[in-house]
Design a protein around this ligand. Structure first.
Ligand SMILES: *Cc1c(COP(=O)(O)O)cnc(C)c1O
Length: 425
């Protein structure tokens, strides 16, 4: 056994050198083995992604994220060019409103940037109570709960209400996150033909009695078509069959029914016990919500996994949403103006009168839709082509959305450009 030298250390001894060499060799072996393996794993993963992308490309469905600098007044800067955006959900241009910016900045100043934890731990900053109280009042319900986003709301709410042994009926054009929530719930799931009350009634008649609870879900305003759900008829059907109705009013709040949404188009509030929506569109901020009875909201607060296991909405978003509700409630005429502008556009092209801020022109194939969007962009209008799987196969379209900030002249010029494309009369 060689003697260890206390000052120079083992490296300078025969034994020390050999020990270090052996260690280095072993490390190198492991390293080489890892190096040999790693590319193989990466290769199969990359191959998988490449093949999938090639398939998406082949069908002209490849999507790209394009840097877009959105500015006040429905302006979008793309590739250095200033475009008028007709494809944003910021219907009231509130995302750039000085009052919202100030409220967001104040909220950051007081409460910080991030919520720091789930709302059930320490992320429940005081703005949540105020925002929920405002939403509850706007929607005429006992209570409200705010989520991180509309998507998180739907995937959280639905599995709290129905599960295995229950029945879930969804309009076939319901938003992807309603469908995701439905799948997560593991309830028996059927879709009814778009807005087809006879089909919905038939599904209820044939299936309701075999299930414990039943939830019917639909968009209040269909996001890619702009049409309304027959909320009154659905509410009546739901009552007749002891089913619960939930509407996703992402495109209704702020702009329909004096800003109160698609359950407020009649003289009295429609009987929708579960009013869900987002603060990310007309409200100009971010976040999702559910308005319902106190007991339902308490249940959601205790059970919705996307609320419990996800960090609370940032204070700035909550503060801005409150400021937006102030503006919407103060001026319902202005809140209704995007729908008026959508109608103005539709009238100029002899299209059916829209009930929302959304006007689709269905083109059919992806290539033509992309080309049409490209031509409009060259003329200074940003109108994104919407393709499957966002919309059903064969229904690629241009989806025009209207904002309170759009000028009448610009709408007229856009209608002209669309007519020149041969896309409408
Ligand atoms: C945009 C949208 C959502 C998602 O809301 P986010 O807050 O953006 O997550 C949900 N439902 C419908 C109908 C939507 O259009």
């Amino acid at each position: 056994m060689p003697k260890l030298h206390p000052v120079i250390g083992p490296v300078d001894t025969e034994w020390g050198r050999s020990m270090l060499a052996r260690r280095a060799l072993a490390t190198a072996k492991i390293w080489r083995k890892w190096q040999r393996r790693a590319p193989a794993v990466t290769q199969s993963l990359d191959q998988f992604a490449t093949q999938k992308l090639a398939e998406i490309d082949r069908r002209n469905l490849r999507r790209h994220l394009i840097d877009t600098d959105r500015q006040a007044g429905a302006i979008a800067i793309r590739h250095g060019r200033k475009l008028i955006s007709f494809c944003c959900n910021d219907y009231l241009d509130l995302s750039h409103h000085p009052a919202l910016k100030k409220a967001a900045a104040d909220a950051i100043e007081r409460h910080g940037v991030g919520a720091g934890a789930s709302r059930l731990v320490t992320g429940n900053h005081p703005l949540f109570a105020e925002l929920e109280d405002r939403l509850r009042a706007l929607k005429g319900t006992e209570a409200a709960v705010v989520f991180g986003s509309g998507y998180l709301a739907n995937v959280g709410i639905i599995p709290c209400l129905v599960g295995p042994g229950d029945l879930l009926l969804a309009d076939e054009l319901s938003h992807a996150c309603l469908m995701a929530g439905a799948t997560l719930s593991q309830a028996t799931q059927f879709t009814f033909r778009h807005n087809d009350m006879n089909h919905c009634a038939e599904l209820l008649k044939n299936n309701r009695m075999h299930h414990r609870h039943c939830l019917i879900v639909t968009d209040g305003v269909f996001s890619m078509d702009g049409g309304l759900a027959p909320v009154e008829d659905l509410a009546a059907l739901a009552t007749d069959h002891d089913a619960w109705l939930m509407t996703d009013d992402a495109h209704g709040i702020g702009v329909l029914g004096a800003g109160r949404g698609s359950s407020f188009l009649m003289d009295t509030r429609s009987n929708v016990p579960l009013q869900m929506g987002t603060l990310s569109k007309a409200v100009g901020a971010y976040g999702g919500y559910l308005c319902a009875s106190q007991n339902v909201i308490d249940l959601i607060r205790n059970r919705a996994r996307s609320l419990i296991y996800s960090t609370g909405l940032p204070p700035a978003a909550a503060g801005a949403a409150i400021a937006a509700l102030d503006l919407i409630e103060a001026d319902p005429e202005w809140a209704a103006s995007p729908v008026r502008k959508a109608r103005q556009f539709a009238r100029a092209l002899n299209l059916p009168e829209p009930d929302s801020c959304i006007v689709p022109i269905i083109i059919g194939d992806e290539t033509t839709a992309l080309a049409a969007s490209q031509i409009l962009e060259e003329q200074g209008f940003l109108v994104t082509a919407i393709r499957p799987p966002t919309v059903p196969e064969g229904t690629a379209r241009l989806r025009f959305t209207f904002s309170a900030a759009h000028m009448d002249d610009d709408i007229a010029r856009l209608a002209h450009a669309v007519r020149d494309l041969g896309l409408a009369a």
